[in-house]
Design a protein around this ligand. Structure first.
Ligand code: PXP
Length: 249
């Protein structure tokens, strides 16, 4: 059965925007789990713009499903992963100025450093995934490095239209076939939403889809009526309380 990992970075983005303690990343994760999510994903970025170290530690000890930690291949973050031991680590390229991960890792070019990290992570009992484009050379390099999992970058397909989208989907299909033939678990993620999931599911051998932005965006809209109703109800209760009567007398 195809699994869903929910990326909840955006929940932390809302919290960090005001420096409050809410919305709680753990509460969000638990709601995802109660709704049937098979895993929770967070990205601990070097600039800590959303998820914080304490979030990762708290999620690891609290959630009833596997925790997947996205991270760059930098010693500081690798050390944190080895200390907290998420169930899975997904290595991603990271640029300070980007809004979100912009493309797959260059496994071919970064082979030497990545090989060490994959070994350290998997040696620490953590499954290691490499986020890559559906490029045969990158897929082969991921297998040669000994990574257990690749996550195919679906963002290019999701942003494309017409024949460019058809070509990219074909590349993803072929990439998944190659990865599977090399014994790699095939995950996919980036840019997936309700409008393109049917096309994404034409990719064979998929194990897990990691989806964040569209789910959190949808949650904001689906939850808006309830959030406003709750506040109006509370205002109405307070209006009829003696404290309010005193305030307006
Ligand atoms: N997979 C990886 C490796 C990512 O970096 C991201 C974004 O953090 C996702 C999946 C989820 O992408 P989206 O937020 O577009 O669903």
């Amino acid at each position: 059965m195809l699994k869903l990992g929910v990326n909840i970075d955006h929940v932390a983005t809302v919290r960090q925007a005001r420096g409050t303690s809410y919305p709680s990343v753990l509460d969000a994760a638990m709601l995802c789990c109660a709704a049937g999510a098979h895993g929770i994903t967070v990205h601990l970025r070097e600039d800590r713009r959303h998820i914080q170290d304490a979030d990762v530690a708290l999620l690891k000890k609290s959630i009833p499903v596997p925790l997947n930690l996205e991270m760059a291949d930098v010693p500081e973050i690798v050390a944190i992963a080895l200390a907290i031991k998420p169930d899975e680590v997904c290595m991603v390229p990271e640029k300070r100025e980007e809004l979100t991960t912009e493309g797959g890792l260059d496994v071919v070019g970064g082979r030497a450093s990545l090989a060490q990290t994959v070994q350290a992570v998997q040696g620490g009992g953590i499954a290691c995934s490499l986020f890559i484009d559906a490029d045969p050379a990158q897929i082969r390099a991921a297998a040669e490095l000994g990574a257990m999992i690749i996550e195919l970058h679906t963002g290019t397909f999701c942003d494309a239209s017409g024949t460019a989208a058809d070509d990219e989907l074909e590349r993803l299909i072929e990439g998944a076939r190659l990865a599977h033939s090399l014994g790699l678990q095939v995950n996919a993620g980036h840019g997936i939403h309700l409008g393109n999931i049917d096309a994404i599911l034409r990719i064979p051998h998929l194990h897990t889809l990691n989806i964040g932005h569209s789910i959190v965006a949808r949650a904001v809209l689906i939850g808006m009526t309830k959030a406003v109703t709750e506040m109006l109800e509370r205002m109405s209760e307070c209006e009829s309380s003696p404290i309010r009567a005193n305030a307006v007398s």
